[in-house]
Each structure stands twice: as C-alpha cells, then as structure tokens.
Design a binder for this molecule. Structure first.
Ligand code: MTE
Ligand code: MO
Length: 454
C-alpha cells in the first residue's frame, strides 16, 4: 500500500562486495558466468524475500509498541562489557564488516607480470576523497617501498644551478595542500569497444581523488634558475624500472604542478609514489610521475616512449593523436550502478561523481530514460577546480525498465558527450580519453547492467 512510497530504496551491492573474491574470477567481460548468475539471482530472491517480510514488520511497528526485535530487546555484548582500549590498532583499519570494499584487478584484463592496474571501488565510496588504501594503482613495472633517507631528486638541463635535493631539503620549503582528482588516460577504455564491463569499479575505477601536499614546482624551478627564454618543456622521470618519462610544458609546470610527498594528511603510500611524486592537476595519470627522481628543463618536447608509442590514439584519418594531456569533463553515476540490484520500488538517492581537467564542474544533469528527459542534480560542496565533485538527486523507481545517465558540464561550458558523438570525431580505434556519458540499465527485476545508448 502506502508503504511503497515510504520505503527507503534498498540496494543490493554488486556481487563482489558481498561474496568472497573467488567470484571476481567468474565475472567475465561479458558479465557473470551463467551458472553463477543463476545462483546469485536465487540468493538475491532469498534476500529480497527476507527484506520484504521485515518491511512488512516495519509497517506495524508504529501500531504495536515494539514488535519484539531481539536487536532492540536484548542488550548486546557491546552495551554490557568493556570495549577494547586505545591503540589496540596503532594504525586504524576499517571495520571487519567492510572487508569486501577493496581495490581489485579487473577479471577481464590480463596482468603482465608486475605491470598492472587495480581499480578503486567507486560504488562503495562517499563524498569526494578516496581513502588512501583504496586509491587505484597503475604500475608499469611494479611498486617499491623506497627509503626516503636515500631518495634523491635532481633538477638539471637548461638551469643556472643544477641541484640535487634530499627529502629533508624539499620538506623545508614552503608547501601547499590541494585536492585534485587523478584519472588514468585509459580509464573507461573498454567502453570504446562496447565491452560492457560488469561494474563501475572496472569501467571507471582508474580514478581517485586526494588532498596532496608538496612544494610547487615553480618554487623549485626558480630555485635552480631555469632558463626563462629557452626553457619551454620539462622531462619528468620516475625512479622505478619502467623509466617512466613524460614531457610537461613550462606553462603548465609553473601553473599548478606540485612535487608532492603528502596524500590525505600523511606521507604518500608506496603504491602511489612514496616518497615523492608529481601532481599534474587535470592531466592524465601517466604524467603524475611516481618515485620522482629527476626533472630536466629543455627547449622542445621529448617524444619519449611513453608519449611516442604509448598514450596515443589512432584517429579516423589514420593520424595519431599525441600529447593528449587533459582529462575532459566527465561524470558517472556510482550508485545505483551496474552489478547492483534494486530490491523494491520507491525512493532512491542517485549519487555519482563529476570532474573536469579544465576547472570546476558547473552542472550535472541526470536522466532516468536514456537521455530523453534530464533533471539537474544537487552538487555537494566543496566544488573545486580539477577535483571530483559529488552529485546527488532524488529518484522514485516505479518498477518499470529505466536507463540511468549523468551528463556533466564544466565551467568552460563543455558538455560531456554521448558515446556516438565521441565516436564521430575519434573513430573506433581509440584506447584513451573516453569521457562519454555512461548508461546503466535498470531491468524490471531491479538488476542493473552496463549498456550503450546512442
Ligand atoms: N614512475 C612511474 N610513475 C607512474 C607510473 C609508473 O608506472 N611509474 N604509472 C603512471 C600511470 S599510467 C598512472 S595512471 C598513474 C597512477 O597513479 P597511482 O598508481 O597513484 O594511481 O601513475 C603514473 N606514474
Ligand atoms: Mo595510466
């Protein structure tokens, strides 16, 4: 009856969030392996039945005085016994009940030795900051835990005074702290091929957002007396075995690039470049060189392996798109999203993330009918430049099939494109820089899946 409208939307999390990680191996790029799918649907049905009866019970709670819920009537142990003392965990960890929220390797991608990627579980995160332990990882040659006392950072090339800095030298300098997103240029790459990866973790999870602390690169360049006439480009080099090297224009370097040691209030995690990484706001992840050991000032782009044969896209005319730095305006609904299941009709909070490498997010629109009608979502504060922005919007699901989409607009008035609009310009052979509108289909059963809508 009226209970339908009053019922707060209940969402079953994506399968990998409540069953053991074994299942992750059974999710193929096509979705769940069929036998598992049947099994899961049955467990979904059992879970919904259980929840439905508790909803019915809830309806009567107002009439009867306390309907006999043992969780209320019986005092639990935690109310009657002494709790654990402080510093039981010298470094605090999440509750054991949250153990399934993990960064994960995509079941659809093959790992080449240590050259690999783990995706952040966007479907389970709130707000805009990614917890440091869930920040996505992308290593071309594995990660290291480098002794900061032995780490050195050099600036050379077109500078009056080439210098080598220790971590102590760097950390004495005036620092800044800024919140920025980092997105791998290959995030959402599978969607170019219309391979509907099963969850938002795998379609959009090469994305994270942190508060970074470090010294502005401009301060260090001044300190070394860089050549203001001929110094046009920099080469940033990492200390790992991948010889990660990227060209950065001097204008960008002087603008908002940070040589960072801090992430979310503590030192960088080893996986994210400890003790030193470059933060290049708005630019694709690959330029955020980790384990940063050297910056060279030069007069032309370097055309290194990581920009000549990798991180390029073939355009329809056969030419390569190269030095594509900026992560253009993009958004995605993180919940409800593919792999999750709506357990009943009624109210849902649609929530998601929007970001732009060109500045602030101005507006996010949300559609529940595949892009025919749009409503403007609430942007939660703060709305910062080159940072994730959280959006929320109310939605009442009437039980009929729906297609959920979000469309972001940034402060330059750039509108996030549909996948077919993007393909018209970029063709079909791209890997990188897919910022298309994402569609999640809601079936009558409540199951959500990844679909492409043109
Ligand atoms: N030295 C070094 N820096 C690196 C990489 C690397 O393999 N080695 N990977 C790059 C790529 S492709 C990305 S997307 C980001 C990932 O940063 P994260 O692992 O902190 O998420 O780091 C970049 N910086
Ligand atoms: Mo990347």
């Amino acid at each position: 009856m009226a209970s339908e409208v009053k019922t707060v939307g209940r969402i079953l999390p994506a399968p990998e969030n409540f069953v053991d990680s074994e299942l992750a191996h059974e999710i193929t790029t096509q979705g769940l392996n069929e036998s598992r799918r049947g099994f899961l649907l049955k467990s979904f049905a059992a879970a919904s039945a259980a929840l439905a009866s508790s909803a019915a019970a809830a309806e009567t709670i107002g009439k009867k005085v306390l309907g006999g819920d043992p969780n209320i009537l019986t005092l639990p142990e935690h109310s009657t016994t002494l709790g654990k003392p402080v510093v039981t965990n010298p470094y605090g960890m999440p509750s054991r009940f949250e153990a399934n929220l993990q960064r994960r390797e995509s079941p659809g991608l093959t790992r080449v030795s240590a050259a690999s990627v783990s995706f952040a579980p966007l479907q389970g995160l709130f707000g805009i900051i990614t917890p440091s332990g869930l920040h996505f990882e992308r290593h071309h040659q594995g990660w290291h835990d480098i002794d900061p006392a032995q780490h050195r950072f050099m600036i050379n090339g077109l500078v009056k005074n080439p210098k080598v800095y220790t971590m102590d030298d760097l950390m004495r300098l005036p620092s800044v702290s800024r919140m920025h997103f980092i997105e791998c240029g290959a995030n959402t790459a599978m969607e170019w091929g219309n391979v509907a990866v099963p969850t938002v973790q795998y379609s959009h999870g090469m994305l994270s957002c942190s508060e970074f602390t470090g010294v502005p690169l401009s301060v260090l360049l001044e300190d070394c007396g860089y050549d203001k006439k001929n110094g046009k480009y920099l080469l940033a080099e990492g200390g790992d075995g991948s010889s990660m090297t990227r060209t950065i224009s001097i204008d960008r370097a002087l603008d908002d690039v940070i040589v960072a040691w801090g992430m979310n209030g503590e030192m960088l995690r080893p996986e994210n470049g400890y003790p030193l990484r470059l933060v290049v706001p708005g630019v694709q992840g690959v330029s955020w060189v980790k384990w940063l050991r050297r910056i060279e000032v030069g007069d032309k782009p370097y055309g290194t392996k990581d920009e000549a044969i990798h991180y390029i896209d073939v355009m329809p005319n056969g030419q390569y798109r190269q030095y594509t730095s900026i992560q253009e305006c993009k958004s995605v609904i993180t919940s409800p999203s593919a792999g999750q299941m709506l357990l009943d009709k009624g109210f849902y909070n649609i929530t998601g993330l929007a970001w732009s490498g060109r500045g602030k997010i101005k507006r996010v629109d949300v559609s529940a009918d595949g892009g025919k009608n749009w409503r403007t979502a609430r942007l939660e504060t703060p709305v910062l430049s080159k940072c994730l922005t959280r959006f929320n919007i109310d939605w009442v699901w009437d039980g009929s099939p729906a297609i959920l989409q979000s469309r972001a607009i940034d402060e330059t008035d750039y509108v996030q494109p549909r996948i077919n609009e993007l393909r018209e310009v970029r063709g079909t052979r791209s890997i990188y820089h897919n910022n298309a509108i994402q569609s999640w289909k809601v079936a009558e059963s409540g199951e959500l899946s990844n679909v492409q809508v043109y």
